[in-house]
Ligand binder design. Structure first.
Ligand code: ADP
Length: 542
C-alpha cells in the first residue's frame, strides 16, 4: 500500500466496482441508524469478540451505539472510529471532546500540544480498560461524505456503507454557509448539520467476507492517506509510514480468520431487523392517527374561529341596530322640549317615539328568539304537529289587523294533511312572521292567502300576497340578518330585518326550507316546505 497516494478511494465506489455489487438502497439516516443498531445488538447479545470500524454521523445517539459494545464485559474487541477533521484552525468536529486522552489502541504519532494528532485521536477510557481508537480523516478524504459500520469476527462479518450524495453540497454552497471549496466534502457548518440529519443516503449492506476485506483495504488507505496529509500539514510528517492503528488491526485480524458463516447469527440479524421494521410500522400508524386527529382538530379550530368571527359581526350589527331607534328617540325628545312646539308636531314626535320603542322591543324579542335557536335541537326528537291545529288560530289573530288595513286575508289548510316534524311554537312563529310581512307589505285593497298542501314527503305552506313585491336583486339578501329592503314605506321602517332570518333558522332546525318568488308591484309568494313526520311516513309505507 502506498500511503502517500493523491487521495484515498471512496468505500462506496469500491463496493460498487465489486464483481457482485450489493443492491444500492436509498435510505434515511433513521434507517441507517436502525441497521447499525441491529449489528451492535447482535454483537452485544451474542457477546461476539469482534473488530469494529465505524464512520458515523455526529451525535450522541450514534456514539452510544459504539459505547454499548465497548461496555460489554469480558469480550475482547477493538473499535476504530473514523472522524472528519474539522478545518485548518485545528478544531475537530463539533460535539467531540478535544480533551480526551490516549488509549491502548490509538495509533497516531504524538500530536503537537495544541492540535489533535493527525490520525489517532484521544478517546475516553470507559473503565473497562478498552476504548475507541479515533482516526481523523483529512479534509480531502473521500470518506468524509461516507458512513460505515464494518464488523469482523470469526463467526460473523458484516457491513453497512452509506454515501451522502453531492446534491446537498450544491445546496450548501448556494446557501452561503460553505466552509469548503465546491466539490470538497463539507466540514460541518450549521446548514450541513441539518442536511446531514435529513438527507437521504445511498446505502449498501453486505455479509460477504470478500467484499468486506476490500472495504477494509479501503479503510487502510484512508487512514494512511489522512495521516500523510495531516502530518505534512503539522510538520510532524513521516508520510510513508503505515498508521499504528492499521498495523494493530491487521495484526488483530490475523487472529480472527473468517469461518463459515453462522446461519443462526444471520437469522438473528434478520429477526432483529424485522422487529425494528415492525416497530417503525407501528410507530408510523400511531403518527398517522395523530396526524389525522390533528387535521380534524385543525378543521374544528377553523370552524370555531369562524363561528367566533360571525358572532362578533353579529354583536356589532346588534349594537348598531339597537342604537338607531335610540338616536331617533333622543332627537324626538329634544324637539319635544322646544318651547314653541305646536300640538300636531308634539303628537308627531310622540308617535315617532312610540314607534321606535315598538321597533326596539321587536328587535329585542327577535334577538332573544335567535339566541334561543342557537341551542342545537336533535331533529329526530321533534314531535309531530298538525298544521290545522296551528295555522287557523294564528291567521284569526291577524284578521283584525288585516281588516283595519283593508287587506283581504284567507287561508286553506286541509284537515287530512299529515303531521309535520316541527315544534308547535316554532310553526306558530314561522306563520306569524310570514303573515306579518304579507300584511305589512301589501297596500289597502290587496290580498293575502295562506295555503297548505302535501308535496311528497313534505307539506307545503304557501304565503301569497298582492303587495309591493321585491326586486330580484334584493331577493337573495332578504334572509340575511338585519337586512331590510330600502323603501319609502312607513311600515318597512318598523321591522328589525330579523323576521325572515328567524323563519329560515327555524326551518333549518326542523329539516325544512323556504323559497320566494316575487315581482315588484305584483306581489310575493313565500313557499315553506316542512318535512312530514316520520310516524306518518312509516304508517303510509306499511
Ligand atoms: P322586517 O322585520 O324588516 O320585515 P324581514 O326579515 O321579515 O324583516 O324581511 C326582510 C325584508 O324583506 C323586509 O325589509 C322587506 O323589504 C322584504 N320583505 C319581506 N317580506 C316581504 C313581502 N311579503 N313583500 C315584500 N317585501 C318583503
Amino acid at each position: 500500500m502506498n500511503s502517500t497516494s493523491a487521495s484515498d478511494a471512496s468505500l462506496y465506489e469500491i463496493a460498487l466496482s465489486s464483481d457482485q455489487p450489493s443492491l444500492v438502497l436509498q435510505i434515511s439516516p433513521a434507517t441507517l441508524k436502525s441497521v447499525v443498531s441491529s449489528f451492535i445488538d447482535l454483537l452485544v447479545e451474542q457477546k461476539i469478540p469482534a473488530i469494529v470500524w465505524a464512520k458515523l454521523p455526529r451525535g450522541d445517539i450514534w456514539q452510544d451505539e459504539l459505547e454499548r459494545y465497548l461496555a460489554l464485559p469480558g469480550v475482547s474487541r477493538a473499535i476504530y472510529q473514523f472522524k472528519n477533521y474539522r478545518d485548518e484552525s485545528g478544531l475537530e468536529e463539533r460535539g467531540e471532546d478535544a480533551g480526551m486522552n490516549s488509549t491502548a489502541i490509538t495509533a497516531a504519532s504524538p500530536a503537537p500540544s495544541d492540535r489533535p494528532g493527525p490520525v489517532g485521536q484521544p478517546v475516553p477510557d470507559n473503565g473497562s480498560g478498552q476504548a475507541i481508537a479515533s482516526i481523523l480523516l483529512a479534509p480531502d478524504s473521500h470518506l468524509r461524505r461516507e458512513y460505515c459500520l464494518v464488523v469482523w469476527s470469526t463467526e460473523f462479518q458484516g457491513m453497512v456503507l452509506a454515501h451522502r450524495p453531492r446534491s446537498a453540497q450544491i445546496m450548501k454552497s448556494t446557501s452561503g454557509t460553505s466552509d469548503s471549496s465546491p466539490g470538497q466534502p463539507g466540514t460541518g457548518s450549521g446548514a450541513e448539520d441539518g442536511q446531514e440529519k435529513r438527507q437521504n443516503l445511498l446505502a449498501m449492506i453486505s455479509l460477504d467476507p470478500g467484499l468486506i476485506s476490500r472495504i477494509l483495504t479501503g479503510l487502510e488507505s484512508a487512514a494512511a492517506f489522512s495521516q500523510a496529509r495531516l502530518a505534512a500539514e503539522t510538520g510532524t510528517a513521516q508520510p510513508d509510514e503505515l498508521p499504528d492503528s492499521v498495523r494493530q488491526w491487521q495484526a488483530l485480524m490475523a487472529t480472527m480468520p473468517a469461518a463459515e458463516a453462522n446461519p443462526c447469527l444471520l437469522g438473528k440479524l434478520l429477526t432483529q431487523q424485522i422487529q425494528q421494521q415492525e416497530e417503525f410500522w407501528q410507530r408510523s400508524i400511531t403518527y398517522r392517527k395523530q396526524a389525522e386527529i390533528a387535521e380534524v382538530l385543525q378543521v374544528q379550530n377553523a370552524e370555531l374561529s369562524n363561528a367566533i368571527r360571525l358572532k362578533d359581526d353579529f354583536l356589532n350589527n346588534v349594537g348598531q341596530e339597537l342604537r338607531t331607534p335610540l338616536t331617533t328617540i333622543k332627537t324626538a325628545l329634544t324637539l319635544l322640549n322646544s318651547p314653541n312646539i305646536k300640538p300636531p308636531q308634539r303628537q308627531r314626535y310622540m308617535d315617532l317615539i312610540a314607534k321606535e320603542c315598538d321597533r326596539q322591543s321587536s328587535l329585542i324579542t327577535s334577538l332573544l328568539d335567535l339566541v334561543q335557536l342557537e341551542q342545537v335541537v336533535d331533529q329526530s326528537s321533534l314531535q309531530p304537529v298538525r298544521l290545522a291545529e296551528v295555522v287557523p288560530g294564528v291567521v284569526s289573530t291577524y284578521q283584525p289587523v288585516a281588516e283595519e288595513k283593508g287587506v283581504m286575508l284567507a287561508y286553506t289548510v286541509p284537515e287530512d294533511l299529515p303531521p309535520v316534524s316541527c315544534m308547535s311554537n316554532w310553526l306558530k312563529q314561522i306563520v306569524i312572521n310570514l303573515l306579518n310581512n304579507g300584511i305589512k307589505y301589501t297596500p289597502t285593497g290587496g290580498q293575502v292567502w295562506v295555503r297548505a298542501k302535501r308535496q311528497g314527503d313534505y307539506v307545503q305552506l304557501e304565503f301569497r300576497d298582492t303587495g309591493i313585491g321585491i326586486a330580484s336583486s334584493e331577493v337573495p339578501k332578504i334572509f340575511e340578518r338585519f337586512y331590510r329592503v330600502r323603501q319609502a314605506s312607513e311600515e318597512s321602517a318598523s321591522g328589525a330585518g330579523l323576521g325572515l332570518t328567524i323563519v329560515q333558522q327555524l326551518l333549518i332546525h326542523c329539516g325544512g326550507s323556504i323559497s320566494v318568488r316575487s315581482k315588484p308591484g305584483e306581489g310575493s309568494t313565500f313557499n315553506v316546505l316542512l318535512p312530514v313526520h316520520r310516524s306518518a311516513l312509516d304508517a303510509s309505507s306499511e
